[in-house]
Design a protein around this ligand. Structure first.
Ligand code: DX5
Ligand code: ZN
Length: 219
């Protein structure tokens, strides 16, 4: 059970302290948005490069950008631990996953709420992690869309059917009240922005989320 706080909810003027405050988490989730694939703009390569230097824990970079085939490799080249691209923003996902691996990062693929899990059938053996978006990508602080829950179960079934060790990440509206249900359905990597950064004591928020997920896990 891995907890990845999303620094989209952090204070952008104090990144070093904010990253330090989540050092008990498994990775820092970094949301890159281009104002094209999603209607919001965050940060790009130079900022992610600096975050990677500052962070005491690995970076999990979630790219919400168009033309991932061209741009995602540049993030892997920064030396971040993991790069997630959106299936909807990619022409050749298989080639991209292999390229990210050759550069040396983990490769993960994300799908938006309307994209069916069946579209991942051929990719599942080629990636380290699948990300099921539980909100429409673009903004933190939204409520989890209930209809995405069954996709978490289907994604876990898909991973099991191929007998591979692939992480199953959920992102958007994850709270202490719904993380147990998500863990029961088979998620094992949890992004949480608001749920971690709205609290004063981030270590306490992280361990409360992790304990709640663990107590509902089948694994
Ligand atoms: C949304 C981002 C999320 C966001 C999650 O597009 O991908 O990572 O930061 O924030 P919360 O946990 O507040 O929904
Ligand atoms: Zn994200």
């Amino acid at each position: 059970m891995r907890i990845h706080p999303s620094i989209l909810s952090a204070d952008f003027g104090r990144f070093a302290d904010e990253l330090e405050s989540i050092r008990s988490a498994d990775a820092a989730h970094v949301d890159v948005m281009d104002n094209h694939f999603v209607p919001n703009l965050t940060f790009g390569l130079p900022v992610v490069a600096r975050l990677n230097e500052l962070s005491p824990i690995p970076l999990d970079v979630h790219l919400m950008i168009s033309d991932a085939d061209q741009h995602a490799p540049k993030y892997a080249e920064l030396g971040v631990d993991s790069v997630t691209f959106h299936l909807e923003a990619c022409r050749d996902p298989l080639a991209l996953a292999r390229r990210l691996h050759r550069i040396g990062s983990k490769a993960a693929v994300a799908i938006k709420p309307a994209t069916p899990v069946s579209e991942l059938a051929e990719l599942v053996t080629e990636v380290d992690m699948i990300l099921i978006m539980t909100v429409e990508p673009g903004f933190g602080g939204q409520q989890l869309i209930e209809q995405t829950l069954q996709k978490v179960g289907s994604a876990r079934d898909l991973i099991r059917s191929r007998d591979v060790s692939v992480g199953l990440q959920v992102d958007g509206g994850v709270t202490e009240s719904n993380i147990g249900k998500l863990a029961e359905l088979g998620a094992d990597v949890f992004v949480a922005g608001t749920a971690v950064f709205s609290g004063e004591d981030r270590a306490e928020r992280i361990s409360a989320l992790r304990d709640e997920a663990l107590s509902h896990s089948h694994q």
